[in-house]
Design a protein around this ligand. Structure first.
Ligand SMILES: [Zn+2]
Length: 82
């Protein structure tokens, strides 16, 4: 039986630890830049180490939607408009 490629496994993802939170300005290379809250000193981002790109797997899942999710959203919008 062929298995579909799985880019994300949401059920297996855990929310990032808050221990890595840092100000957006101080976030370095390979740190998640998803803004988790605003503080008086500025935007605070997740800061979780990232395997690649600008977001940890948890926040990448939020930032991007899968093709299936995009199709479902489009279908829902079409149904609403009908
Ligand atoms: Zn993150």
């Amino acid at each position: 039986m062929a298995q579909a490629p799985v880019e994300f496994a949401p059920a297996q993802l855990q929310p990032p630890s808050r221990k890595h939170e840092t100000s957006l300005i101080e976030a370095g290379f390979a740190q998640c830049r998803f803004i988790v809250r605003e503080a008086p000193e500025g935007a605070i981002c997740c800061g979780e180490p990232t395997p690649r790109g600008s977001w940890c797997p948890w926040h990448r899942r939020i930032v991007y939607e899968t093709r299936a999710e995009a199709a479902a959203r489009a279908a829902a919008r079409a149904a609403k408009a009908a």
